[in-house]
Design a protein around this ligand. Sequence first.
Ligand code: NAD
Ligand code: DAU
Length: 349
Amino acid sequence: MSKTILITGGAGFIGSHVVRLFVTKYPDYNIVNLDKLTYAGNLENLSDIDKLPNYTFEKGDIADEAFIDSLFAKYSFDGVVHLAAESHVDRSIKDPMAFIMANVFGTVNLLNAAKKYWANNFEGKRFYHISTDEVYGALEETGFFYEDTPYDPKSPYSASKASSDHFVRAYMNTYKLPVVISNCSNNYGPNQFPEKLLPLAINNIKNNKPIPIYGKGENIRDWLYVVDHARAIDLIYHKAETGKTYNIGGHNEWTNIDLIRLLCKVMDKKLGREEGTSEKLITYVTDRAGHDLRYAIDASLIEKELGWLPSVTFEQGMEITVDWYLNNEQWLDRIVSGAYSEYYNNMYK
Ligand code: NAD
Ligand code: DAU
């Protein structure tokens, strides 16, 4: 059945994989990608699909009330898949207000527009909010985050995401807005902005630059290949019961130092370097303020109820990822030089 779906943040890392999946898997859907094109938004991420007839790009800010209202008036959206956000913890420590504006204000703005335009008929409508495992806080060495783990966000980023999750649930409780939420662990894969650990380390290893490891490198993250997150989002959008929350994760915990050592090994092989060469680039630096020790997701609910499972092993995902960055040097170079932001002006005059 034909649908018009608004995907926010579609020029970003995860959003671009979600847009690609929806545009190619559902040729009868109209996919509208709304993105402000902040430093993290890169339309080059979608250059392989941006000519397809069921794809439209709209540049705009989710926090701009008049713009969002006009967008909902222009398109009769059947659903919203909301990914747009400020996403980097270190930036949130420097500038929390930007996170409140995009993640809290922007989300509530979208909720208001959906409420207004869907008010008389919620039938077949869905507002899907993409969130993070960081809302649950930090774990010690054992235990997992479950869907009913109490919220305990500890950084300005996670506090802003927790706040947006609360607003989404409040709009369902108060106005009956049909919502679903998912909270995912750390994603890795092609197209991730090189401020995040893995692409930053790949870029530095390639260029023989120091790899900064915060503190002792003992913090633990649960890594999931980005396409498997996009597959989970597709399943949840289409199959989840209204009001449900699903946790998504890779059952794949690594300390930062072990992860980077593995990456160094893979890259030494790919770059034809003697084993151990890239490890010498590891440099311990001042820890992140309030650095969460460990995240780990129990993803058994989505596995059991929706039949989702990751499609690649971590070893396969790392190979694909490293190959992608090495084969797409221009993508990295254009980000580092800032040239990527010119793409919009050339494409969308
Ligand atoms: P990203 O930073 O790569 O992309 C964010 C996108 O949102 C960019 O294209 C940016 O231009 C856009 N954007 C930011 N502010 C906007 C605004 N005010 N209006 C319109 N567009 C705006 O982020 P990502 O890593 O792809 O994360 C996407 C979503 O998934 C976020 O909501 C994030 O909280 C969530 N998430 C990320 C991870 C992860 O590991 N990266 C894990 C779990 C959840
Ligand atoms: O858990 C999901 C979250 O994962 C998402 O909600 C966030 O949007 C996403 O950015 C990510 O947050 P992290 O803070 O875990 O990701 P980041 O890549 O910034 O850092 C991963 C780990 O590596 C973390 O423990 C901090 C550490 N780190 C990071 C950088 C950038 C370093 O040691 N050195 C670095 O230079």
